[in-house]
Design a binder for this molecule. Sequence first.
Ligand code: F0G
Length: 460
Amino acid sequence: MPIKTIIEPFRIKSVEPIRQTTREEREKILRAAGHNLFLVRSQDILIDLLTDSGTGAMSSEQWAAIMRGDESYAGSPSFERFRDSVQAIMGFKHVIPTHQGRAAERILFSVMCVAGDVVPNNTHFDTTRANCEFVGAQALDLPCAEGRQPSVAAPFKGNMDVQALERTIAEHGAKRIPLVMLTVTNNSGGGQPVSMANIRAVRAVCDKHRIPLYIDACRYAENAYFIKQREPGYEKATPREIAKEMFSYADGCTMSAKKDGMVNIGGFLCTNDDTLAQREKDLLILTEGFPTYGGLAGRDLDALAVGMNEALEEDYLHYRIVSTAYLGDHISEAGVPIVEPPGGHAIYIDARAFLPHIPPAQFPGVALAAELFLEGGIRSVEIGTLMFGKRDKDGTEHVGPMDLLRLAIPRRVYTQSHIDYCVEVILEVWRRRNEIRGLKLTHQAPYLRHFTARLEPFGT
Ligand code: F0G
């Protein structure tokens, strides 16, 4: 019989202690933080699932590459190794380093968009939307129909609605649409993948109207692995071959290397267009740095040169996708409502369905996040009414479209026993869900209120 157990494909060379706290301590910490886990110190967290961005563990090869880093201001060989790694995978002509993904977005939109333009995407990530709107353009989300239904399982819920894209172009005219974007995987839509067929179909529409296609590539390796597993015809292809085909349909990409670049900081912008590249580099020099380092240290570029290749290793991707699904499947089997099927980098609990007795205006996602912290020291993040809702001057709360709780899994950081622990904590909270109370806001900032909001339970 072949062995079925899937193990972490690494052993641990350096360890970082995590701190157990008592329930009494956690109650005090939560109260002091106004029930907002962004305001808790990381030393007070046992398992941190706030984000998978920049929180991964680097390999011994990456740490070795760090020592190879050349810190020359211009023309560093670290840049050449980084550029060669990216080009071998993605094939783009120009590779421009930035300090993280949003810097690449800012430069891309500043160069390509003017006020009044429209930028369609399957779903814009918050920073992508914000950078697009900052230059006066409209960020339009066109997810496929099944992408809007949390409980419906479908293989490629990250796809763009191609007919909606056609309609958008007919409505606004191709001249007002400087680029179309595809986010792989679709983070805001539950970490769901985009199929090769969808990328091809979007490309065909773009070709018809001569509109460039850009990929938001943060989690492109995870997307490639989903295509291998789920899309007929790709079973035998390697993730690298699949990635190469994905990028062959695009004119460029933005990348937050803090995800599938396997580094703690870094990003880049790619394009095949010489004129655009020149303008992008001019802008880069203004705020990020010279085009051979773009706001990163030489050692960061070397770590990234190695990380890009490690993210495509099949053993790693298999473990990554299966271990995220392990968490999702174990809680959903017990009845916990999650966005189905499990995403690549995170599990999204449907907090509105988990806590139906708490109205959305009382922040069920934040209440659930607080309970997971109280029960077991786990940090997660609400993606719901606190993040996307708004309160009018008269105090009326406009709720978000959904109230989700995201449990994002850092890369190569936690073992199966950590995840088993999380399952147990979540199921304990599920068992006593009827006792959980809603929250009321006691402080909010005018913008991006979720980062600094303070809340307290009703009835206190
Ligand atoms: N695009 C997507 C799809 C992202 O998920 C992120 C970041 C970015 C762009 C921006 O990249 O942070 O390097 O500037 N997502 C993180 C998260 C913050 O927690 O999902 P960045």
